[in-house]
Design a protein around this ligand. Sequence first.
Ligand code: FPP
Length: 240
Amino acid sequence: MSRDLRNQVFPCHLGIIMDGNGRWAQQRGLPRIAGHQEGVQTVKRTVEDCAEIGVKILTLYAFSTENWRRPKMEVDFLMRLAEEYIMRELPDLQRNGVRLQLMGRREKLPSSLLGVLDNVALQTKENSRLILNLAFNYGGRAEIVDAMKAIIMDQRKGNLVVSEIDENIFSHYLYCSNVPDVDLIVRTGGEWRLSNFLLWRAANAVFWSMPVLWPDFRKEHLQEAIGIYAKQIRNYNDGA
Ligand code: FPP
């Protein structure tokens, strides 16, 4: 699903690369995991802020396919943190009309985490105020490879004709086929890299990097980024 950006000065689909937890902790003489723990509070606030200001789809990059290379202790901690967050948030997700879904590869994820994710996804599936995609064990290239494999399987089963495959059909094979292109990608922590995030859906996205570390990210940073997006779209409209 792609849309004509010129019709909108407000991002419908916002993606966030949540970076800077480690540095936030280091600045305070704390272990890196303390930064992740604080980062969860920012996740909670940001989900509520997005629902309130009218973002319809929020994709949070919480664990990349590259993150498996981190020390086992940190990986295990992030798995547990995700599980606890999802379990604890269910009542608030329901109250705020948030639908949660996993965007990523299921393989290698602990079964207890998958169980909680599936349960909360099922219980929130009718919510329509905000779709929250948890990009977990997510990689943009892995997503494209997985889509390609699924396409080949469907073609072999006779469900798909190669000559009919186009960009629109391809996008239906991505993780979470109900999710359209991303309009705005915000990265915290100050680096200007996409880090394998939403590669296919980012074709027309505005990218904005902010120096603020993820645990310090607040509503005013969100609004600043949305302002940048509006300016980019207006400039594009003026030049079109
Ligand atoms: C990058 O910071 C952040 C991550 C790899 C994990 C993001 C996780 C959270 C925000 C908390 C968990 C969220 C959920 C929803 C369970 P970094 O460690 O690379 O920071 P650095 O660049 O300062 O080292």
